[in-house]
Design a protein around this ligand. Structure first.
Ligand SMILES: Cc1cc2nc3c(=O)[nH]c(=O)nc-3n(C[C@H](O)[C@H](O)[C@H](O)COP(=O)(O)OP(=O)(O)OC[C@H]3O[C@@H](n4cnc5c(N)ncnc54)[C@H](O)[C@@H]3O)c2cc1C
Length: 461
């Protein structure tokens, strides 16, 4: 089987990786069927409707250097300037530290931002700027990967500088504490965000939910061109056959009714039942774009993939907690996004300024920490107290919602061996933020992996 006519690709998982793969193949006229076990697309970046309010499973942020993700969003009909609030690079730790990049070419914008940063001594500013210039001279490459904490010590970044600048940056980018985080992966992100064009370091905050932003549009793109997207249709088994693969889906899945008025419900127009009563399908190729735990479960019965499964099993995971608080509409923060120093909340987002959802604030707590030991009520009360102390918000929120993603990302440690997109079965590929790549677990890493799988299939035809 080596031509377009007999090629039909199953994509397992309708997150950003799976949908990027499906769109890339569809754009090249390769028939695709996406299977998504959840009611809606998006996976770890999905819209959530709560109390009639459109939320996400976690507040996400994109960088201007996420070129493939931004290109994909535009390819399926998005408009970056309308879909996002674009902010030039700025880091504000409330009343402690503030850095703003002027509209100048890179890397001048960063050097000026560092030299004019509030909350650092002159000595610290010089150390930070020298560090960036040294990294640039090294082309952001280390001979041997180490932890971010070791890198910072090696290049003389003292404690205050670390706490105010590098630690918040590292946790935001890698979702891994500096004592465990890979310095090389952080440098990959810094290289792409800070060293090319100024717009690469822009911060893009979505105005619409994450299912609507890409996966839902991607599904329409695929379906309008003859492909299929089945939601509420989990894959139970992948069985290699001589001429491809048999895919067994969950035949007991009941398709739920769409939730009225919410943009993030599934968009599938085809269902397992009507197309294939038995829930068994045949494909020439499979792209497994499910989360790592599920991918390991699906691949485990295939002896040739034992090494891949072992690599996935070795990955550790890190959580992200997002607490949404709906205050009266007049409540707002001084900036759309700002950090808190040595507090429970790491980053706060004002959804009123970002998306016109007035009074809605999001508090994000990334990576492991003592917050995981708190009951959700306790966590909310801590954050409410911080908002009162730091910003004088004396009102009580009408409601709050904690969304704890326990396995938000893989733990991005030094020298981590991640499974390749290509497996020992040439027509079975792996997509997902955890697969081999230069990026940490991010939307861009996920999208790039999906595109790589699609390219590998196209090249093989
Ligand atoms: C709270 C939170 C905040 C984050 N913040 C950011 C951020 O600010 N910036 C950033 O770039 N990244 C962020 N990330 C990371 C980003 O969301 C992920 O890297 C990305 O969404 C991963 O996409 P994926 O397609 O690889 O995997 P997933 O999104 O996990 O997609 C896998 C899909 O497979 C489906 N599936 C599972 N089992 C089956 C089955 N048996 N059959 C069919 N389908 C199945 C799942 O339902 C899911 O839809 C954040 C993640 C979280 C959780």
């Amino acid at each position: 089987m080596n031509n377009h006519q007999s090629t039909h690709v199953a994509v397992i998982g309708g997150g950003y990786a799976g949908m990027a793969a499906a769109v890339s193949l569809t754009a090249r006229d390769i028939p695709v069927t996406v299977f998504e076990s959840a009611q809606q697309l998006g996976g770890r970046a999905r819209g959530v409707l709560y109390n009639d309010t459109a939320l996400d499973n976690g507040q996400h942020l994109l960088l201007g250097c996420y070129r493939e993700t931004l290109r994909m969003i535009e390819l399926v009909g998005g408009n970056i300037e309308q879909d996002f609030l674009r902010l030039p690079l700025q880091l504000d730790l409330h009343q402690q530290f503030s850095l703003r990049a002027p509209r100048l070419p890179a890397p001048l914008h960063l050097l000026i931002a560092l030299f004019s940063a509030h909350g650092l001594t002159w000595g610290e500013r010089i150390k930070a700027a020298r560090f960036m210039l040294t990294l640039r001279a090294m082309n952001f490459r280390l001979h041997k990967d180490i932890t971010v904490a070791e890198l910072l010590v090696r290049y003389g970044q003292d404690n205050d500088l670390t706490l105010k600048l590098w630690e918040p940056l590292c946790i935001a980018a890698l979702n891994t504490p500096i004592l465990k985080a890979s310095a090389q992966v952080l440098l990959n992100v810094l290289r792409d965000a800070l060293n090319r064009t100024r717009a690469d370091s822009d911060m893009l905050l979505p105005r619409i939910d994450f299912t609507a932003l890409f996966p839902q549009r991607a599904a329409s793109f695929v379906e309008q061109r003859g492909g299929k997207v089945h939601t509420s249709c989990g894959v139970e088994a992948i069985i290699p056959k001589d001429d491809g693969f048999k895919i067994i889906t969950n035949p007991s899945a009941v398709r739920p009714e769409p939730v009225e008025g919410h943009s993030s419900v599934h968009v599938s127009t085809s269902s397992t039942r009507t197309e294939n009563e038995s829930g068994i399908y045949r494909f020439s190729h499979v792209i497994c774009a499910a989360s790592p735990v599920v991918a390991a479960r699906l691949l485990q019965p295939i002896p040739a993939l034992a090494e891949t499964v072992a690599l996935i099993d070795r990955l550790e995971h890190q959580p992200i907690y997002t607490l949404y608080l709906q205050y009266p509409a007049h409540v707002s923060l001084p900036h759309p996004m700002l950090g808190l120093h040595r507090s429970t909340s790491q980053w706060l987002f004002d959804k009123g300024q970002i998306a016109g959802q007035h009074g809605l604030l999001a508090s994000v707590i990334s990576a492991e920490g003592i917050h995981q030991e708190l009951a959700q009520e306790e966590l909310a009360h801590k954050v409410i107290a911080e908002l009162r102390e730091e910003f004088g918000i004396t009102e009580q929120p009408h409601w709050f919602k904690v969304i704890a993603e326990k396995r938000a990302t893989f733990c991005c440690s030094p020298n981590l061996k991640r499974p390749a997109q290509q497996t020992r079965l040439p027509r079975l590929l792996l997509a997902g933020d955890y697969t081999a790549g230069e990026y940490p677990a991010t939307l861009e890493g996920a999208v790039m992996s999906g595109i790589k799988c699609a390219s590998a299939i196209l090249e093989s035809l």
